[in-house]
Design a protein around this ligand. Sequence first.
Ligand SMILES: [Zn+2]
Length: 164
Amino acid sequence: MTSHTRDTGLPMDGPEPARTGLVRSIARGFLGRCPHCGEGRIFGRFLKVRPECTVCGLELHHHRADDLPPYIVIFIVAHLVGYVILEMEMGYDVPLWFQLSFWPAATLALALGLLQPVKGAVVGLQYALGMHGFATLPGSRPAAGPEETRLGPAGLDGTGIGRA
Ligand SMILES: [Zn+2]
């Protein structure tokens, strides 16, 4: 019995690189690592994503995290802090000065601490789903987009195809 019964018929220069799974991509992004290789760092500064991974070359500049990370951080921190404040207020005799000083500081610290990991996780999510420019992986053949079809070598090799 042979294992080479499924021939796609496509010309292959080499094996296509495999895309990392959803959960692992998100986890790697949460830890600030490249979702593709898990080695390179994706953040150059606090919330500034590097244009590409320095290890595997995955292009990161086309991520569209936008406002999703702050929304997620607000959702997490508000539920966490709000719940604990209510629990402490109901169950313990906590002085007002503590409530007014500790919780704003804790909220700020939690929000700042979660912003980068959550943004990394969102980038990992977009990579795993192949969104935006993440459809092309490093080492794979570039997908011929509409611009390439229109302005590619076929239109410039003197055949007159694609000329205006
Ligand atoms: Zn990488």
